[in-house]
Design a binder for this molecule. Structure first.
Ligand code: AHR
Length: 515
């Protein structure tokens, strides 16, 4: 009798799951949303650990092949990624950086202590000219972060003049003497960084006054006017956005920066491990991205009240995973491994930024090489492309694409203990090439998913693209070893007038839809 009862319960359970409707994605191609600015795919290079020195800059005398000091292999990989923008020199470092120490003959530049990051010597080998050489080699835009914390309005104004002046002012001539005739093109300029913390532990009201004072003197030729960024809040905070949006009228001001890192445990003292983590930390990490969507929406709602014309941007200029430091590394160097989890985390961020593209016109992952959620890891002359690199590459067609509303019906819930999140996430856009692109994430590391796709009421005929997945949640690409996370070609054809995309467990997929 007991056996029969169990069989009945099992049959009912199968019946119930068979009845559960399959997930269905509907893309509304007739209602285009905002353009996804390419600079949403921006990068960040700080004077921190081996992020710049060794990782990218080896100097012109190095045996490692380089172009004027920048590693050829790293530049090549970053060019393939179509890096649109690089932020420099920090981060926290920016508020201790004095630009005059980074110009002129490198042998004569002062050696300082990088007090924020590891207490190591900073020889200023990479300064303004080297940075612009980097962005010009990459074909990227330049985002320069000014020093408000230990600098002055005069120092910031003179740096801008040095970079942008056309005439024969002493600073323009100094730039020419240092090897650059034409002005540098500065696309973005920020006044301080994290002024609530490492940038000076200020209150937003005090920052507003300092910003107003500095911005009054930040002048450039009109055609080389950067977008001016005020240093805003972080995470769920909205107070900085509120005070800045109200207080910065009447001075050059184009955007507020906002920072939000993802820590598996949510605790700075014990963030969680980059590899060998439990499933509870897989889901906590990915579910955190949902919170970022909420943070962006709360902050943009405040901007909507003060700036209904939507002129002011919300730039998410630091984001990414932040784990416990790699055992044995200098904790001030923020070295961490990069796994499949990071690829999903990056893709989920892209979905949030695309959905909020009206205000989020720029973001910078932290950071480009060897630091936090890096694209590339190096050691001496070796280099490896991380899972995050591959996620950025998969999503490159979304740069400057026009976002399209995309909604998943019957999205399965993925749950571990008390934490739950939608199992699937999607984003769609019309690329600059006219093609329809679709990005998908299956966050569930145990269950594959099958998703039917409709564009309006019609089913596309086929999908073609690239898939990123691996056997383990913490599969990684390590130096000197065969990579475990590499993109695979993906193709699906419609059958009986229906296109179904099969997503393996824990995967990222980007396809073009045809027909
Ligand atoms: O990206 C590392 C650091 O994180 C940056 O320097 C700082 O702005 C943030 O706290």
């Amino acid at each position: 009798m007991k056996k029969q009862l169990l069989a009945l319960v099992a049959t009912l359970a199968v019946g119930a799951s068979a009845l559960a409707a399959d997930p269905k994605l509907v893309i509304n191609a007739d209602q285009p949303g905002p353009v996804i600015h390419r600079n949403i795919y921006g990068q960040f290079a700080e004077h921190l650990g081996t992020g710049i020195y060794e990782g990218m800059w080896v100097g012109p005398e190095s045996k490692i092949p380089n172009v004027r000091g920048w590693r050829k292999d790293v530049i090549g990989a970053l060019k393939d990624l179509k890096v649109p923008l690089v932020r420099w020199p920090g981060g926290c470092f920016a508020d201790e950086y004095h630009w005059r120490e980074g110009i002129g003959p490198r042998s004569k530049r002062p050696v300082k202590v990088n007090t924020t990051w590891g207490g190591v010597p900073e020889n200023n080998a990479v300064g303004t000219h080297e940075f612009f050489d980097l962005v010009e080699q990459l074909g990227a835009e330049a985002y320069v972060n000014g020093n408000l914390g230990t600098g002055s309005p005069q120092e910031m104004a003179e740096w801008l003049e040095y970079m942008t002046a056309e005439g024969n002012s002493t600073l323009a001539q100094m730039r020419r003497k240092n090897g650059r005739d034409k002005p540098f093109r500065v696309h973005y300029f920020a006044v301080g960084n994290e002024s609530w913390g490492c940038g000076g532990n200020m209150r937003p009201e005090y920052y507003v006054d300092l910003y107003r004072q500095a911005a009054t003197f930040l002048k450039t030729p009109e055609k080389n006017r950067p977008l001016f960024i005020a240093s805003g809040g972080h995470d769920a905070r909205t107070d900085w956005t509120e005070v800045l949006a109200k207080g910065l009228k009447g001075v050059p001001f184009d955007a507020i920066s906002h920072h939000g890192y993802t820590l598996p445990t949510g605790k700075w003292e014990k963030k969680g491990s980059a590899v060998g983590f439990p499933e509870a930390e897989w889901i906590s990490t990915l579910a955190h991205t949902q919170k970022i969507d909420e943070w962006v929406r709360k902050n943009t709602a405040i901007l909507d009240q003060h700036d209904p014309a939507k002129k002011v941007g919300l730039y998410f200029d630091e984001w990414g995973s932040w784990y416990d430091p790699e055992p044995g590394s200098n904790p001030g160097f923020l070295v961490q491994r990069n796994t499949l989890r990071d690829a999903l985390l990056a893709a989920l961020h892209f979905h949030v930024f695309h959905a909020n593209a009206e205000r989020v016109k720029m973001s910078n992952v932290a950071q480009m090489v060897n630091v936090l959620q890096a694209m590339i890891l190096t050691s001496k002359d070796q280099l490896v492309l991380t899972p995050t690199y591959h996620a950025f590459k998969l999503y490159a067609p979304f740069q400057d694409a026009t976002s399209l509303p995309a909604k998943i019906d019957h999205n399965p819930v993925y749950k571990v203990g008390a934490t739950e999140m939608p199992g699937l996430s999607a984003t769609a856009a019309r690329g600059k090439d006219g093609k329809l692109y679709l990005g998908l994430v299956n966050a569930n590391p145990n269950q594959p998913a099958a998703l039917t796709v409709q564009v309006g009421s019609a089913a596309p005929k086929s999908a073609r693209g690239q898939l990123l997945t691996a056997g383990a949640m913490d599969a990684q690409n390590e130096l000197g070893k065969a990579p475990q996370v590499v993109p695979q070609a993906y193709e699906a054809q419609a059958t009986d007038g229906q296109l179904t995309l099969k997503l393996p467990a824990k995967s990222v997929l980007v396809v073009t839809l045809e027909g």
